[in-house]
Design a protein around this ligand. Structure first.
Ligand SMILES: *[C@@H]1O[C@H](CO)[C@@H](O)[C@H](O)[C@H]1NC(C)=O
Ligand SMILES: *[C@@H]1O[C@H](CO)[C@@H](O)[C@H](O)[C@H]1NC(C)=O
Ligand SMILES: *[C@@H]1O[C@H](CO)[C@@H](O)[C@H](O)[C@H]1NC(C)=O
Ligand SMILES: *[C@@H]1O[C@H](CO)[C@@H](O)[C@H](O)[C@H]1NC(C)=O
Ligand SMILES: *[C@@H]1O[C@H](CO)[C@@H](O)[C@H](O)[C@H]1NC(C)=O
Ligand SMILES: *[C@@H]1O[C@H](CO)[C@@H](O)[C@H](O)[C@H]1NC(C)=O
Ligand SMILES: *[C@@H]1O[C@H](CO)[C@@H](O)[C@H](O)[C@H]1NC(C)=O
Ligand SMILES: *[C@@H]1O[C@H](CO)[C@@H](O)[C@H](O)[C@H]1NC(C)=O
Ligand SMILES: *[C@@H]1O[C@H](CO)[C@@H](O)[C@H](O)[C@H]1NC(C)=O
Ligand SMILES: *[C@@H]1O[C@H](CO)[C@@H](O)[C@H](O)[C@H]1NC(C)=O
Ligand SMILES: *[C@@H]1O[C@H](CO)[C@@H](O)[C@H](O)[C@H]1NC(C)=O
Ligand SMILES: *[C@@H]1O[C@H](CO)[C@@H](O)[C@H](O)[C@H]1NC(C)=O
Length: 659
C-alpha cells in the first residue's frame, strides 16, 4: 500500500513520463502542463441531461444504448478497476470535480468525409474531464481511452486535449463458432474484449462443417448449425445442447451492444453447407451436389427456398442492419446459379430491412452479376480482386487472409499466431515502417490498392477459423491464439495514427489483460507467485499463499493430522475457478483403491484421475483430451495440495494493489 501511494504521488510531477500508448492511438493528443486527473479516486460522473436518453441512429446495431447507459457501464468499469464507488447522475452542467459526458454532433468524419457518431473530443484538467461524443458511441470510445490511459499511468489521466474518430465505420473480428462449440457466455466475454480496442463488430460464423476427406462417409462428418428454433419446420437442423436459442442469442447481442459491439451473424450457403445437406438427407431429400455434399445443388428445385426459409425464420432474431450469407468457395462453372442465389437472398433480406454481405468469390458469369448493393467481404486475392470490385462500384470489407487469417491450432496456410511484421512492415518483402491500413490488400503490388478515402471501402474484419474441427483446440485457445490479432486489428483498423510496432508491443499484453467485462485470460489476483497452497495436515483448509483463498469441504470428508481424507461423495472446494496460462499445478494424493476416481473440476476443465488410467482432461467444449507425460504413483501416503503460478502476477489495474 505504501509503495502504491508513493508512486501515485510521484507520478504527476514527471509529466514527460506519461505513457500515451493507448490502443488505438487517437488522431491527435495535446498535453497541457496542468496536473493530471485521478481516475482511481471516487469520481462523480455527470451525463448531460439534454442527451442522456440520446442513442445513435447511424450505427450498425438496432439496439443502440443511450448515452446514459454507456456512462453507467463506464462507471461500473471504473468501480471494478479501482475498487472505487463512482457517482453517476444527470445534470445540466459539468461537475466542479469529475467527468462530464455530452454530445456535440457532426464533429467527426470518416476518411471518406461522411459524418460518424463514433468520434469524440476529450478536454481534461486536474479537476474536470469533459467528453464530447459526436454520438453516444463516440462518448463510449472516449471512456475506453480514459481507462487505458489511466491504467498506463498509475490511475492518472493526463491533462490536455484529444480529438479522435475512426477512419472507417466497420472494424471487427470474426470467429468460426460453427466448427467448434463456444457457449454464449464465452462469446460474450470475447465481445467485451473487442470493445476495449474499439472494435465495433463481432462477426459470428454460425454454420459450417469440417471438410470430408472421404466423401462417402460425409453423413458422419462434423457439421453444425448453431441457432435453435422451436419451430417444428426446423427440427433436426441444430443440436440443442450446442446451439443458441432465441433468448440466449438476444442476451448475447445486447451484452455486446452495451459495449458498442454489433453481432453480425453468418449463415453459410451454398458452399460449406454440410449442415443443410445432412439435415435434408435425414428426411430423405437430396439437396447437394453428388461429388461434394458440402455444396448445395442450386439447380434442384426447392434448394434456394430452403435457404430462404432459414433466413426468414432467423432474421427477426438479428439486431443488426447487415448480415453475412457466407457464399464462398462455390464452383465457378456454376457461376450463374451462384449469382442468382446471392441476388435472390439479397432481394429477400432487403425486403426485410437488412443488407447482406457475401465472401468474395470468383464467379465468372457471362450473363449476370452480383447486385451492386451486396457488400463483398474480400478474403483472398485468388478469389476476388478488391480494387477491381471497388472500381466496379461494390462496397468492400477487408478480410485479407495474408494479414488477418488464423486457423486455430494448426494449418499449412494460416498459422495460429499473428505475424506482426505484416501489420507494421506491410509488404512482401516487408517494407520497413509501412503500417498496414484498411486500404491495403495486395502486399506484392502496393500501388495496386484502392484509395483510402473511397466510400466503398467499408472497413476491416479479422477472421479466425476452426478448420480442424471441434477437438483441435479448447475454448480458451481461441483467446490465447487470437488476443494479439484482435488488439492489433483494433488499433490499426481504427486508424494507425503513427502507432509504431515498439509502442504497440510495449503495452499490448498489459492492455489485453485488463480489458473490462471479461476475464478470458482467467486472471486471478495474487500477492506473490503462489496463488493457492494448502497443507492439510498442518494448517487445514487455510490458504498458505497469503491470498486468503481458503477452502471448504462438502460431504464425507475428514480432516486428519495426516491430511485430508476424502471419502466417496465428498469434495474439497476452493473459492477459485480457473487460472490462466502459465502455471504449475502440483497435487500429492493417494488413491485408496484402483477403482477410486478423483475429479478436479472448474468452469473450463474437468480432470479425471484413476489408478492406472491415463489422466483425462474434459474441456468446456465437451471434448476429452488424454494428457501425455503422466506418471501415476499410487502408493505415497501424503495428502496435500499446492498450486503455484510461475507467470506474471501484476494486479489487474495499476493503482489497485490494495485489493
Ligand atoms: C432518460 O434516461 C433516464 C436514465 O436512464 C431514465 O431514468 C429516464 O426515464 C429517461 N427518460 C425518458 C423520457 O425516457
Ligand atoms: C449531421 O449531419 C448530417 C449530414 O451530414 C445531417 O443529416 C444530420 O442532421 C446532422 N445531425 C445533427 C444532429 O446535426
Ligand atoms: C444438380 O441438380 C440438377 C437437377 O436435379 C441435375 O441435373 C444436375 O446434374 C445436378 N448437378 C450436380 C453437379 O450435381
Ligand atoms: C463464359 O464464356 C466462356 C467463353 O465462352 C466459357 O468458357 C465459360 O464456361 C462461360 N462461363 C459460364 C459460367 O458459363
Ligand atoms: C512474417 O511475415 C513476413 C512477411 O511476409 C515474413 O518475411 C516472415 O517470415 C513471417 N514470419 C513468420 C514467423 O512467419
Ligand atoms: C495506407 O497506406 C497507403 C500505402 O502506404 C498510403 O498511401 C495511404 O495513405 C495509407 N492510408 C492511410 C489512411 O494512412
Ligand atoms: C496482387 O498480388 C498478387 C500476389 O498475391 C499478385 O500476383 C498480383 O499480380 C497482384 N495483383 C495485381 C492486380 O497487381
Ligand atoms: C474421521 O476420522 C476419525 C478419526 O480417524 C474417525 O473416527 C471417523 O470415523 C472419521 N470420519 C469419517 C466420516 O470417516
Ligand atoms: C507459456 O509459456 C510458454 C513457454 O514458456 C510460452 O511459449 C507461452 O507463450 C506462454 N503462454 C502465455 C499465455 O504466457
Ligand atoms: C452435446 O451432446 C453430444 C451428444 O450427446 C455430445 O457428444 C457433446 O459433447 C455435447 N456437447 C456439450 C457441450 O456438452
Ligand atoms: C514428456 O514430454 C517431453 C517434452 O515434450 C518429451 O521429450 C518426453 O518424451 C515426454 N515423455 C513421455 C513419457 O511421454
Ligand atoms: C512414488 O513416490 C515416492 C515418494 O515421492 C517415490 O519415492 C517413489 O519413487 C515414487 N514411485 C514412482 C513409481 O514414481
Amino acid at each position: 500500500m505504501f509503495a502504491l501511494l508513493l508512486s501515485l504521488l510521484v507520478l504527476p510531477l514527471v509529466a514527460k513520463c506519461y505513457n500515451l500508448n493507448v490502443l488505438p492511438q487517437p488522431r491527435s493528443w495535446t498535453l497541457s502542463s496542468a496536473p493530471p486527473f485521478p481516475l482511481f479516486a471516487p469520481v462523480t460522473i455527470v451525463v448531460d441531461a439534454a442527451y442522456q436518453n440520446y442513442s445513435d441512429a447511424d450505427g450498425m446495431t438496432l439496439i443502440p444504448p443511450s448515452l446514459h447507459a454507456f456512462a453507467s457501464l463506464f462507471a461500473e468499469d471504473l468501480a471494478s478497476a479501482y475498487n472505487s464507488q463512482p457517482t453517476l447522475k444527470a445534470g445540466t452542467s459539468p461537475p466542479d470535480y469529475g467527468i462530464f459526458l455530452t454530445i456535440t454532433h457532426n464533429t467527426t468524419t470518416l476518411l471518406d468525409g461522411t459524418s460518424t457518431g463514433e468520434g469524440y473530443r476529450v478536454s481534461s484538467s486536474a479537476s474536470l474531464i469533459t467528453i464530447e461524443g459526436s454520438g453516444a458511441r463516440g462518448a463510449w470510445w472516449a471512456t475506453r481511452t480514459l481507462l487505458q490511459a489511466a491504467a498506463l499511468n498509475g490511475g492518472w489521466f493526463p491533462a490536455g486535449e484529444i480529438v479522435d474518430g475512426p477512419d472507417y465505420g466497420i472494424r471487427g473480428h470474426m470467429l468460426d463458432a460453427a466448427r467448434h462449440w463456444y457457449s454464449a457466455e464465452y462469446l460474450t466475454e470475447f465481445c467485451h474484449y473487442l470493445s476495449f480496442f474499439k472494435l465495433n463488430e463481432f462477426h459470428v460464423h454460425l454454420s459450417d462443417n469440417v471438410y470430408p476427406a472421404a466423401t462417402e462417409e460425409w453423413r458422419s462428418y462434423y457439421a453444425r448449425f448453431r441457432l435453435w428454433s422451436n419451430n417444428p419446420a426446423f427440427s433436426g437442423l441444430a443440436h440443442q445442447n450446442e446451439s443458441y436459442d432465441q433468448a440466449t442469442f438476444a442476451a448475447f447481442q445486447s451484452s455486446c451492444a452495451a459495449r458498442g459491439v454489433t453481432v453480425i451473424p453468418e449463415i453459410e450457403a451454398p458452399g460449406h453447407a454440410l449442415p443443410l445437406s445432412q439435415w435434408q438427407d435425414s428426411m430423405g431429400k437430396q439437396v447437394y451436389i453428388d461429388t461434394d455434399p458440402t455444396l448445395l445443388n442450386l439447380s434442384i428445385p426447392g434448394v434456394t427456398e430452403m435457404v430462404e426459409n432459414i433466413w426468414t425464420e432467423f432474421l427477426p432474431w438479428f439486431e443488426t442492419q447487415e448480415v453475412c450469407i457466407g457464399a464462398d468457395e462455390y464452383p465457378s462453372d456454376l457461376a450463374d446459379e451462384y449469382i442468382t442465389f446471392v441476388n435472390d437472398l439479397n432481394t429477400l433480406i432487403k425486403g426485410r430491412g437488412k443488407h447482406i454481405r457475401a465472401w468474395g468469390t470468383d464467379e465468372p458469369s457471362n450473363t449476370t452479376s452480383i447486385d451492386k448493393d451486396v457488400i463483398i467481404q474480400h478474403w483472398a486475392l485468388f478469389a476476388t480482386d478488391p480494387y477491381a470490385l471497388i472500381q466496379k462500384g461494390y462496397p468492400v470489407i477487408n478480410s485479407q487472409d495474408w494479414v488477418f487469417y488464423e486457423v486455430l491450432k494448426y494449418s499449412d496456410s494460416y498459422p495460429p499466431t499473428t505475424n506482426l511484421t505484416r501489420f507494421f512492415d506491410f509488404g512482401d518483402p516487408p517494407v520497413p515502417g509501412l503500417t498496414w491500413n484498411t486500404s491495403l490488400f495486395n502486399w506484392t503490388d502496393i500501388p495496386y490498392n484502392p484509395s483510402p478515402t473511397t466510400p466503398l471501402l467499408r472497413g476491416a474484419i479479422a477472421p479466425v477459423w476452426n478448420d480442424n474441427g471441434p477437438r483441435a483446440s479448447t475454448d480458451l485457445e481461441a483467446f490465447y491464439e487470437t488476443r494479439v490479432l484482435i488488439s492489433v486489428a483494433g488499433a490499426l483498423s481504427w486508424g494507425a495514427n503513427s502507432l509504431k510496432m515498439e509502442a504497440y508491443d510495449s503495452v499490448r499484453e498489459y492492455l489485453e489483460n485488463i480489458a473490462p467485462g471479461q476475464n478470458l485470460n482467467r486472471f486471478v489476483a495474487s500477492k506473490g507467485p503462489t496463488v493457492l497452497s494448502y497443507d492439510f495436515s498442518r494448517s487445514g483448509l487455510t490458504d498458505l499463499s497469503g491470498n486468503g483463498y481458503n477452502a471448504h469441504v462438502l460431504g464425507p470428508v475428514n480432516l486428519t493430522s495426516s491430511g485430508l481424507v476424502i471419502l466417496s461423495g465428498g469434495s474439497l472446494i476452493t473459492p477459485l475457478g480457473s487460472l490462466g496460462l502459465n502455471h504449475t499445478y502440483a497435487l500429492a494424493l493417494s488413491l485408496s483403491s484402483p477403482s477410486t476416481i478423483l475429479k478436479i473440476t472448474g468452469p473450463d476443465t474437468l480432470l479425471t484421475l484413476q489408478n492406472g488410467q491415463p489422466l483425462v482432461m474434459r474441456a468446456s467444449n465437451g471434448a476429452e483430451y488424454p494428457l501425455r507425460n503422466l506418471t501415476t504413483n499410487a502408493t505415497t501416503p501424503r495428502h496435500n495440495c499446492k498450486a503455484r503460478e510461475s507467470g506474471r502476477l501484476e494486479s489487474r489495474w495499476a493503482g489497485s494493489e490494495s485489493r
